[in-house]
Design a protein around this ligand. Structure first.
Ligand code: PEP
Ligand code: MN
Length: 337
């Protein structure tokens, strides 16, 4: 249920919050531009209805939330959420570019890439330290050493960093080193992991599972938000279809659908969606046009020698070309790079 407040005074809001708690629901106060609303979540069975709170002074109305996702829904919060990572505001008029290698492989590799992508206008540096690989015999990432190198590169070149936590145990250490914690496609419904990052006060980029519906994806965002962490960025990364030409199929329609149902920022990863580097630039152009808040692309100094995902990684000159090609589209949409 959503309680729309008629007053914005702290004591009036607190009074309603206390009543909601007394009834056994969890209140989340959301300050909108025009009104303050209190989203009340929790199992309704066996509890007194919140509709009775309509009688309280300073309450304008009590409405049901129709979608199964609540805190992630536009019904609860109409204004777009802006997730701030240092000076980078994801979900604002900025079109955010996240770039870097699939995995951190060496100091030289991550330093060179950080310097290049930052110099070309990227806003956030990516690099996996713990890699969720299909085969246990494939390169699994440099782990703690990878986190150290990524952080060092981010600090040296003045760019925030994102990296994935694959297990619950890795969450505290990844949170220590990264500015954004990535939850990978394979873990989108790892509810223990979602709850663990939901307790943090650190931005989380939640990738869409390769076999997940948009509704399931938003329900996973809800897990994180219901734990108290509202700093969620959604990332479409392609879904599995019958089309064998590409690694996955980029569901570009997910972007306007997310923008319709949710206030959370949404970015797109055309690298994992396509699996081939020469589709990354055309798909990035389409991503900008779709109304997404950014892209995440894999960039490597020498893709032929990459220890993971070389086939979909852009070499430096192609990343520079990508930045040049998306710029006019970003600008025509009234955004900036
Ligand atoms: C990644 O971005 O490093 C990754 C493993 O992607 P996904 O979880 O989308 O497969
Ligand atoms: Mn990868």
């Amino acid at each position: 249920m959503i309680i729309v407040m008629a007053s914005r005074k702290l004591e009036d809001i607190q009074h309603v919050v206390d009543k909601v708690k007394e009834l056994g629901y969890i209140p989340h106060v959301i300050e909108g531009v025009e009104k303050t609303v209190i989203a009340c979540v929790g199992e309704e069975r066996g509890k007194e209805s919140l509709v009775a709170l309509q009688a309280l002074p300073h309450v304008e109305k009590v409405l049901p939330i129709l979608k199964p996702f609540k805190l992630a829904s536009r019904e609860v919060k109409q204004e777009k959420t802006v997730v701030k990572v240092g000076s980078v505001a994801i979900g604002s008029d900025l079109f955010c570019v996240i770039a870097g290698p699939c995995a951190v492989e060496s100091r030289e590799q991550i330093m060179q890439t950080a310097e290049f992508v930052k110099g070309s206008g990227a806003h956030i540096l990516r690099g996996g330290a713990y890699k969720p690989r299909t085969s246990p015999y494939s390169f699994q990432g440099l782990e703690i050493k990878g986190l150290e190198l990524l952080k060092e590169a981010g600090e040296k070149y003045g760019i925030p960093v994102i990296t994935e936590a694959v297990t619950v145990e890795q969450v505290p250490v990844v949170a220590d080193y990264a500015d954004i914690i990535q939850i990978g496609a394979r873990n989108m419904q790892n509810f223990g992991l979602l709850r663990a990052v939901g307790k943090l006060n650190k931005p989380v980029l939640l990738k869409r599972g390769m076999m997940s519906t948009i509704n399931e994806w938003l329900m996973s965002a809800e897990y994180i938000m219901s734990g108290g962490n509202q700093n969620v960025i959604l990332c479409e990364r392609g879904i599995r279809t019958f089309e064998p030409e590409t690694r996955n199929t980029l569901d570009i329609q997910a972007v306007p659908i997310i923008n319709k149902y949710s206030h959370l920022p949404v970015v797109v990863d055309p690298s994992h969606a396509s699996g081939v580097w020469d589709l990354v630039i055309p798909m990035s152009r389409a991503v900008v046009a779709s109304g997404a808040d950014g892209i995440m692309v894999e960039v490597h100094p020498n893709p032929e020698e990459a220890l993971s995902d070389g086939a979909q990684s852009l070499k430096f000159s192609k990343f520079e070309l990508l930045m040049r090609e998306i710029k006019p589209i970003v600008e025509v949409l009234g955004r900036r790079l």
